[in-house]
Design a protein around this ligand. Sequence first.
Ligand SMILES: [Zn+2]
Length: 292
Amino acid sequence: MSDQVQRFHFSDSPVRGELVQLGGSVEEVLERHDYPERVAALLAEAMAASVLLTSTLKFAGSLILQARGNGPLETLMVECNHRRELRAIAGLGEDWSPASDAMTLAQLFGSEGQLVITIDPEDGQRYQGIVPLDGDTLAECLEHYFAQSEQLPTRLWLAAGDECAAGLLLQVLPGHDRPEDADIWPRLCLLTDTVSAPELLALPATELLFRLYHEETVVLHESTGVTFNCSCSRERTELVLLSLGEAELRGIIAEQGAIEVSCQFCNQEYRFDPVDVEQLLRGGGAGTERLH
Ligand SMILES: [Zn+2]
């Protein structure tokens, strides 16, 4: 099964859904790092969640989902854009130990645990929403975020398996948050609560939706592919280097002979020898023609 997200709606109910199933993109992230099992599973769930969240946006741009705190797991970060390109990373704290694997979400991120959702449109204002990481699951924390930031009732179900992840989102359509619709929403949520992790991870969309909602009329939209793709580049790395200042760059060259930067997300190495650094400082970076 290829990585994809698929929208659906109920023809008789003002509710829409999104189903995401990821395999290859999760593998691409996990094979680059040696994360403990619990961290790998949480990161995979966060990847599925970020695709679902991105699907609720109506503009071009990116969404960054970040959990951070002062516990054994310091950070978990996923970036997804409107082309459904994903990258993700986790950062363990110094006090991570094998026993941390058994901790609850709140314990993992400690007393200062927060979930930060940053929406960065290509045109327009950046928006950031923050909620405490006080739910038992990532899905529950994200539901708190929706309750706080949007008026549309929203529920999420997430699952992670061996180098794969999946998720389902239900959301009431705008303008239908009225008491007369009240029975539809809890009924669809109850039906979805019966989904098991193996079903969510492995059943094809049509089978899964029939299994959950066979008494409803579900309209399945076309699926969209999801891929791992890091947005790092030599040009972006140059901008970071330039921000360090000329003295700092010359200092590193004098000390180490070259500057080597590796992307934390994808492990791509960017190497700048003395000639590259000289060109960079004279305004001739990767954007201009290189002589070698
Ligand atoms: Zn990268």
